[in-house]
Design a protein around this ligand. Structure first.
Ligand code: NDP
Length: 251
C-alpha cells in the first residue's frame, strides 16, 4: 500500500471500468475518499457499494460542462474540497482519416481533450486552494504512448493524446509554482473495455487490436493504478511529471 493518499479526497473520471476503476480501487484501498465519475450510473453504484463509505458514485458526462459542474456541486456537498484529480475518461475509435468519420473525431476530441479541460476548470481551483492550505494536491492526466508512437488508423486518437500530454506539460507552468503537482501517465496496451467500442471489425478485438494483444500481451488496469498510487504517494515536493509504462514486449 502507498501511505500518503490516506485522508485525501479524490475525483476519478472514467471510473466505470478499466484504468479509472482500478485507480479508484487503489485510492480507496490507500485510504482516500473517492468520487467516481462516468456516464454509466449502474456501474458506478455497483462499484461504490463494493468499495464502501469512502466511494461516491457521481454520474457525469465529461463532454458536457453543465454535467461536470453538477458533479462538482455533488462532490463538494458530500466530500468537500478535492485535492486529487485523475482524468482517466477516454474513448478510442480508430479508422483511416480518409473515411471522414466526423462523429468519431468529435467524440474523441470532446472526451479525451475537451473533457479534461472541463474537469480541470471544475476542480482546478480546489487543487490550488488545497495546496495553499498546505495539503498535497495532484492532477493526473491519463494520456497514452500513442501520444508519441504512430499506430496506423489511430491518427485522431493519437492527436488527442498528444494534446493531453502537451496540455499537462503546460499546466505545470500554471500549477507547479502554486505547489499543485501535474503528472502525465502514458500507458501502453492495457486490458480494458477501450477496444469494445471500435465499430470497424478489421481494427477491433478480432482484428488489428486483437493481434496486438496476441503479439505483446497487455498491462492490467491494476498495474497502471499501482503506479498512480506510487506517484501520488511521493512527498509533497516531489513531482513525477511524466510516467510511461508499457508491457515489456511492446516495442
Ligand atoms: P475503458 O473503456 O475501460 O474506460 C474508459 C472510461 O471512460 C469508462 O469508465 C467510461 O465510462 C468513461 N467515459 C467515456 N466517455 C465518457 C464521458 N463522456 N464522460 C465520462 N466518462 C466517460 O478504457 P481504459 O480504462 O483503457 O481507458 C482509460 C484511459 O486510458 C483512456 O483515456 C484511454 O485513452 C487511456 N489509455 C488506455 C490504454 C489501453 O490500452 N487500454 C492505453 C493508453 C491509454 P462510461 O462509458 O460509463 O462513461
Amino acid at each position: 500500500a502507498h501511505p500518503t493518499p490516506d485522508g485525501r479526497t479524490a475525483v476519478v473520471t472514467g471510473a466505470a471500468s478499466g484504468i479509472g476503476e482500478a485507480v479508484a480501487r487503489q485510492l480507496v484501498a490507500d485510504g482516500a475518499r473517492v468520487a467516481l465519475l462516468a456516464r454509466r450510473e449502474d456501474r458506478l453504484e455497483q462499484l461504490a457499494a463494493e468499495l464502501g463509505p469512502n466511494a461516491l458514485a457521481v454520474p457525469a458526462d465529461v463532454t458536457d460542462p453543465a454535467s461536470v459542474d453538477a458533479a462538482r456541486q455533488q462532490v463538494h456537498a458530500a466530500l468537500g474540497r478535492v485535492d486529487l484529480v485523475v482524468n482517466a475518461a477516454g474513448v478510442m475509435l480508430p479508422n483511416p482519416v480518409d473515411d471522414g468519420r466526423i462523429d468519431e473525431w468529435t467524440r474523441m476530441i470532446d472526451t479525451n481533450l475537451t473533457g479534461v479541460l472541463h474537469v480541470v476548470r471544475a476542480f482546478g481551483p480546489d487543487l490550488v486552494a488545497a495546496a495553499a492550505a498546505g495539503a498535497t494536491a495532484d492532477l493526473l492526466n491519463v494520456s497514452s504512448i500513442g501520444a508519441h508512437v504512430v499506430f496506423p488508423n489511430y491518427a485522431v486518437y493519437g492527436a488527442t493524446k498528444a494534446a493531453v500530454t502537451q496540455l499537462s506539460a503546460a499546466l505545470r507552468s500554471e500549477y507547479g509554482p502554486r505547489d499543485v503537482r501535474v503528472t502525465t501517465v502514458e500507458p501502453g496496451l492495457t486490458d480494458t473495455e477501450l477496444g469494445s467500442h471500435i465499430d470497424n471489425p478489421a481494427l477491433g478485438p478480432d482484428g488489428q487490436l486483437g493481434a496486438m494483444f496476441d503479439a505483446i500481451g497487455a498491462l492490467s488496469p491494476a498495474d497502471v493504478a499501482d503506479l498512480v498510487g506510487y506517484v501520488v504517494g511521493r512527498p509533497r515536493h516531489v513531482n513525477l511529471r511524466h510516467v510511461v509504462v508499457l508491457p515489456t514486449r511492446q516495442a
